[in-house]
Design a protein around this ligand. Structure first.
Ligand code: CA
Length: 550
């Protein structure tokens, strides 16, 4: 009788198109039943993954609306917590793109209660760290609220709380975005300058009298004003020597130079000396094209040393996706110039540069180093990739052609490289042979994944497969969009069966690759955890969970 009751309450197997009796479940977009994640978990998924490109089932617009509504629910439930969550992910550089965090912050600054709005404005410099972010914030917030005192003060403080030298750097390097310039923002915010130097800088930004600056005979003594002077002189420079000396003396960035100079290898060589990491990673192709970054060159040594320097990568908040994107584009040998990527393009386009193998290898290393520190677990681990049709739709972080399917393979590779005892599998509605290993380079893994067949989705298969083949495993990691619907048994039930059959208290980690509100992981089972795909902190958290350190 007892057993009968137990079975009725928690059946051993329920088809995925029905909820497990007694469990709170919601229908996913494919028609299968999955567990609903909390509003806070969905907020984090959105901030890390964004809604760009939508999913196989949901358009970008619908996914954005669903997530905006969830952010609003968070704001109304606990506005201050919402701001803290946004700041934590953004400041730590855990998301491939900052736009979702900026969007959520703009919502908090517009729809929160007074305390929330204040917290959102106070967090502006932490989330909007560069001029481009500020313009993006203003673009969002403009459509949500008016230019009231709170917004004017926050935007003004974004400038006045920086040192004059830092402020000027931002103005020179990030000059405009979506039609917004610093002239516009300062005219709107109208902050009071704290001293004569700041006053002179504001005048330069809002009235920009180039002639006065360029023709000033003496270099201003103040570092910030001298920097403006250098910027205006480089606009007028007639020969390469002048440009080179201004770059060297003032560490002017590429954005400060008239574009004509950017065809000269000597200019790029001078820029490379102090080039920020993000700029270096984005300009590998250009530096090769102008003939600076070539095999055995000094530039190659510099680039390789910097790319394989974990501290430098972490300090510059380089996200693994930025590296993955660079690896694809640099490896292609030509710029994409706005066209969308297709694997067949690789052979059909004329080459603009020849990538150096050392830089490609360094990018491969950098990808791994860009994740937060990972301690090996020494647990027996299965890395199971959902390669179903839906995983081939949508783009990760707006990187041309980077599908959830390919991105998840790259992420699994990071875990494989830190573990001794692991196996790769792939599945859709059946298991698929997958021939990849930790020693392979990222681009080869991507190619192997791209060529696999695909079909419907059954996320219970990894556990069923392990049972059938008597595999002893401590941890299953499933990389998926959680749109599982095809199986005769739910993944959580398959895990329960596996535990019972083997006596191993096996864990399940679900790596969610899309910003939806559901998961195959049972939130009430302490042995299951949900993490967010391409959160740069995810592999570290996964290892800690697998090893029982959290
Ligand atoms: Ca699917």
């Amino acid at each position: 009788m007892k057993k009968y009751l137990k079975n009725a309450m928690q059946p051993v197997a329920t088809p995925q198109n029905q909820p497990i009796p007694g469990k709170q479940m919601v229908k996913n977009n494919a028609g299968g039943y999955t567990f609903e994640i909390s509003i806070w978990e969905q907020l984090k998924r959105f901030i890390v993954l964004g809604a760009e490109g939508g999913t196989y089932y949901v358009t970008e617009r619908a996914l954005t609306v669903a997530n905006a509504n969830n952010v609003l629910t968070c704001i109304h439930t606990d506005g201050l917590r919402t701001v803290r969550e946004i700041v934590a992910i953004s400041e730590d550089g855990r998301a491939p793109r900052n736009d979702p965090a900026i969007f959520a912050l703009a919502l908090a600054a517009s729809h929160g209660d007074p305390a929330t709005r204040k917290a959102a404005f106070d967090a502006l410099p932490q989330v909007c760290r560069i001029g481009t972010h500020l313009f993006t914030f203003i673009e969002f917030v403009q459509t949500m609220r008016g230019w009231g005192r709170g917004l004017r003060r926050a935007v003004g403080a974004w400038y006045t709380e920086k040192t004059p030298r830092d402020m000027v750097y931002q103005v020179v390097k990030y000059r405009q975005r979506n039609g917004w310039t610093h002239t516009d923002t300062l005219r709107k915010a109208h902050p009071m300058p704290s001293d004569e130097t700041v006053k002179a800088i504001f005048q330069w930004i809002t009235r920009r009298d180039e002639a006065v600056w360029a023709q000033a005979a003496a270099i201003p003594a103040d570092a910030a004003l001298a920097y403006i002077h250098a910027f205006e002189r480089v606009q007028q420079a007639q020969n390469v020597e002048t440009v080179l000396s201004l770059i060297r003396q003032y560490k002017l960035p590429r954005e400060a130079l008239p574009t004509d100079w950017l065809r000269e290898p000597a200019i790029w060589e001078a820029l490379l000396t102090d080039m920020p990491m993000t700029a270096m990673i984005r300009n590998l192709g250009v530096m090769s094209k102008v003939g600076l970054l070539t095999p055995m060159s000094d530039a190659e040594k510099t680039v390789v040393a910097r790319l394989t320097d974990a501290n430098r990568l972490q300090k510059a908040r380089i996200h693994p996706i930025a590296i993955l994107s660079a690896l694809r584009v640099y490896g292609l040998g030509f710029g994409l110039k706005g066209q969308s990527y297709h694997p067949l393009m690789a052979n059909s386009q004329p080459k603009e540069w020849t990538p150096t193998p050392k830089v490609l290898d360094a990018l491969d290393t950098a990808f791994e180093l860009a994740f937060k520190a990972i301690e090996p677990t020494n647990k027996r681990t299965m890395l199971a990739l959902d390669v179903s049709g839906s995983m081939m739709s949508g783009t990760i972080a707006g990187v041309p052609g980077l599908t959830p399917r390919e991105a998840s393979a790259a992420m699994a590779l990071v875990t494989a490289r830190t573990e001794r005892d692991y196996m790769f599998t792939a599945f859709y509605d059946k298991m698929v042979p997958l021939n990849i290993s930790a020693k392979m380079r990222l681009d080869d893994v991507s190619n192997a994944i791209t060529n696999l067949p695909f079909g419907a989705t059954d996320c219970a298969l990894p556990m069923l497969y392990a049972m059938k083949h008597n595999l002893s495993l401590d941890t299953f990691v499933i990389y998926t969009d959680n749109e599982s619907w095809f199986g005769k048994i739910h993944p959580s039930q398959a895990l329960a069966q596996y535990r019972e059959k083997t006596g191993i208290p096996a864990k399940l980690i679900v790596v969610g690759m899309t910003a939806t509100n559901f998961s195959i992981a049972d939130p009430h089972d302490g042995g299951m955890m949900d993490v967010i795909g391409f959160d740069s902190a995810a592999p570290g958290v996964m290892a800690d969970f697998s090893a029982g350190r959290i």
